[in-house]
Design a protein around this ligand. Structure first.
Ligand code: ADP
Ligand code: ZN
Length: 763
């Protein structure tokens, strides 16, 4: 049987000792492929190399996952369900190194956990190789004299040249010097007379780490934290630390010490941060102290740049990698410490495709690399906090700000008690305005949070109350004054505001005599910005949201203006809450704490608390005391009261009690299955079938299946959406449900099925 499936294994070619066999994946194809290659031509191939191979008429990248022994041949044949042909790797195939064996184990783990083929994981993790920087040289093989019989005149010429040159030469150099074609050189390689040496075009030097030094100024808490974590680096032992440090407590300094410690021991360090836009700031701080090259990995890099960083890490030339979510896959070897900064941040979770969570994967990677992982946050996720209290993680607290300013004062303004006509503007109360004006008088700076962009949340007909929604999604269109457009924040559909109401047919012309046809309902950063410009005409006001900062450069530029004191007030969405350390900011005003608090998401309260605490932490980070005002209509909501009381532990404990009672994470694991399709009825039909399938499986295994129910965003991009929530205490059970549903629904084309294990987005 094996003979039939693997003809090449039994006859001529493989038998000879000069032939090697390997297994590779070729993303985006899902299977595994067998390749045969000439050991003389590719003597150094190893697992994790990427080789250019031809596939049909295309040249494509094949990633080697095993060498010389195809992984489990029988199952290999089963998987593809057809007889296998062994393809050949050609002599001049370009090769490069993409990952090491430790990483391959990591990729395999991810593949198993999320029930996706290994090929897809490699596709997700590894950037597209670019060979532009490689030059192939040829030099004399070790026993070249032994193979000199029967060589042609042209071959002799090339050989003479190389002997004379006494250094490796490129094919171009050989051709130019002796006028022979490339095939002459290739034949010499085949005959074992020459060998190929592929190198990078420029081999930059990295500065040695002699400048690594311990900061003399760690405070006692910082020092204690470092001393608690260091032994795990020294002993190469896996353990997880939750570093709960209030904003401004100096977590970054602790990270730096640990990284330095790892480097000193000849190991590497991996740092994952939530938003890529945060990286420039952090990278500067790191490079300034570490005096060693840092590879910065993020999605807005050009493909060739990504690959360059990737190669620098894979070759060991650079030992520090820092980046957003996907940096968790960085090709580091011998990792000494992994750091996840702002571990609570939901951007660590990938929202589509393979919906992995970089923080969760950090633990897996650390375990495979035998090193500690440090999860840092001022507002730890309830999952991590729970693991810390149960003893699974070591809990470390930094309770004081590094700069010893008095702690900020926090004040709630109950908007229910302010009459509309008493308000300074539509959304700013008199008390809020007064505090803000005082800050400006003192020459200090303010951050104003409104966590929704645009001008108005929606337009509503003043005659019939019809609300303008997106034609493709079940959400309202947000009015953006800048550009006078109605924009769908779900699918980006945009249109100019209509002049006729679809609800009642009334026209703008007819309406305008009394009032505009459409009333502007709800608010957004644009509107708050407008109000502040009117209220404080002398202030220099900036805005930071996805409309003003679509690129990293915009983002950095805006924050730079705050730092240079060219902006007095910065209005923005949650983008302003991210770990910025801006000394001049002493006031933080939250215009409406309630945005997002009532979302249909079991994490809504947690996310609210985190956002409010994080943004409040931007105030008074130096000598001057900070002041924070929170406007709300639900002043007794725990997310708000616990923020003002600065009581993380109190919040966590009461929220965890609710989670336990309702059977939500971290007490139960969740699998969310989203079924979407063009036809509403048949989509629901499919969803019901899947739900009963899951329940049937669940009966045996004590899983709870909720739904199908319409997703909170019932229609998106023209597709009707239903979701099913599967709960279980065990991940393997959910993985089985996932595999089962995948198998049973494969081949059906009418609906799309997305699986989200450990979901964060419940919409
Ligand atoms: P966090 O990340 O915990 O919010 P940071 O690491 O940004 O806090 O530190 C807050 C401020 O304190 C920064 O300006 C930082 O430079 C300063 N700082 C913290 N630790 C030290 C230290 N050991 N020596 C000097 N400055 C420090
Ligand atoms: Zn839409």
């Amino acid at each position: 049987m094996t003979a039939a499936l693997f003809p090449a294994l039994t006859n001529s070619s493989i038998e000879t000792s000069t032939q090697g066999l390997l297994t590779a994946v070729i993303p985006p194809l899902e299977g595994e492929f067998l390749y045969q290659y000439d050991l003389r031509e590719h003597s150094n191939l190893r697992v994790g190399d990427v080789v250019q191979v031809s596939l049909g008429r295309r040249i494509t990248n094949a990633f080697i996952i095993s060498i010389n022994s195809p992984r489990d041949r029988e199952s290999f044949a089963d998987m593809s369900g057809r007889s296998i042909t062994v393809k050949h790797i050609s002599a001049d195939a370009l090769t490069s190194h993409a990952f090491n064996e430790e990483q391959l184990s990591f990729f395999s783990w991810v593949s198993k956990y999320y029930a996706e083929p290994l090929s897809k994981i490699i596709d997700l993790a590894v950037p597209t190789p670019s060979y532009g920087r490689h030059i192939t040289y040829f030099s004399l093989a070790s026993n070249w004299e032994l193979s000199l019989q029967r060589i042609s005149e042209a071959q002799r010429k090339a050989l003479d040249f190389l002997v004379g040159a006494s250094k490796p030469c490129s094919a171009t150099e050989i051709r130019d010097a002796c006028g022979v074609s490339g095939s002459v050189v290739a034949t010499l390689v085949k005959k074992g007379i020459l060998e190929k040496v592929t190198t990078l075009e420029s081999e930059g030097q990295i500065s040695q780490s002699d400048a690594l030094r311990r900061s003399a100024s760690l405070n006692t808490e910082q020092l204690t934290s470092v001393q608690l974590i260091e032994p795990a680096i020294h002993n190469s032992s896996f353990s997880t630390f939750l570093l709960h440090g209030v904003t401004g407590s100096g977590k970054t300094e602790v990270y730096l010490e640990l990284i330095i410690e790892a480097l000193k021991r000849g190991r590497s360090a991996l740092i994952v941060v939530p938003e890529i836009a945060l990286t420039p700031q952090l990278t500067d701080r790191f490079t300034a102290r570490l005096k060693e090259s840092v590879a910065v990995l993020h999605s807005s890099l050009k493909a060739s740049e990504r690959w360059k960083h990737w190669e620098d890490l894979a070759s060991g030339k650079v030992r520090i990698a820092i980046g957003a979510r996907s940096a968790i896959f960085a090709p580091l070897d011998n990792i000494g410490v992994i750091i996840v900064d702002e571990e609570h941040d939901s951007s660590f979770k990938q929202g589509e495709g393979i919906r992995y969570h970089a923080r969760d994967l950090a633990l897996v990677r650390a375990k495979l690399s035998n090193c500690p992982v440090v999860l840092g946050s001022a507002t730890p996720s309830l999952e991590s906090y729970q693991h810390a209290t149960s003893g699974k993680y070591t809990y470390i607290k930094l309770s004081q700000q590094y700069h010893t300013a008095p702690p900020p004062t926090l004040e709630i303004i109950d908007l229910n008690s302010v009459k509309p006509w008493e308000m300074a503007s539509r959304s700013i109360s008199p008390r809020f305005l007064k505090s803000l004006a005082q800050v400006l008088q003192r020459g200090e700076q303010a951050f104003i949070l409104f966590n929704r962009r645009g001008f108005a949340s929606y337009l509503q007909c003043s005659a019939c109350e019809y609300v303008i929604g997106c034609p493709h999604c079940s959400v309202t269109l947000t009015y953006h004054q800048n550009g006078n457009s109605l924009l769908c924040h779900q699918c980006n559909f945009s249109m100019v505001p209509p002049v006729v109401c679809h609800g009642c047919g009334k026209t703008a012309k007819a309406a305008e005599k009394k009032e505009p046809l459409f009333a502007l309902r709800g608010s957004g950063t644009e509107r708050v910005f407008d109000e502040l410009v009117t209220l404080l005409p002398q202030a220099r006001i900036g805005k930071l949201d996805r409309d003003t900062a679509s690129s990293i450069t915009d983002y950095v530029e805006i924050l730079q203006k705050v730092r240079a004191n060219e902006i007095d007030i910065l209005v923005g969405t949650q983008m302003i809450a991210k770990g910025h350390d801006l000394p001049g900011v002493t006031f933080v005003g939250i215009v409406d704490c309630d945005v997002g608090l009532h979302m249909p998401d079991f994490r809504a309260a947690e996310k609210g608390f985190q956002l409010l605490t994080q943004v409040a932490g931007r105030a008074g980070r130096r000598e001057k005391q900070g002041h924070v005002i929170l406007q709300t209509r639900v002043p007794h909501h725990p997310s708000i009261t616990k923020t003002t009381e600065q009581d993380y532990l109190g919040f966590a404990e009461s929220e965890l009690a609710i989670r336990q009672e309702l059977g939500y994470p971290p007490f139960q694991k969740l699998l969310r299955i989203i079924i979407s399709g063009e036809d509403r009825t048949s989509t629901l039909g499919h969803a019901s079938t899947i739900a009963s399938l899951a329940s049937g499986y669940g009966e045996k295994h004590q899983v709870t299946v909720l739904g199908p129910a319409p997703a909170p965003i019932e229609k998106a991009r023209g597709l009707w959406r239903y979701h099913i929530l599967v709960k279980s205490p065990s991940a393997p059970i959910l993985q089985n449900v996932m595999r089962q549903v995948k198998r049973d629904s494969s081949g059906q084309k009418k609906v799309r099925i997305a699986f989200d294990l450990d979901p964060h987005d419940m919409l």
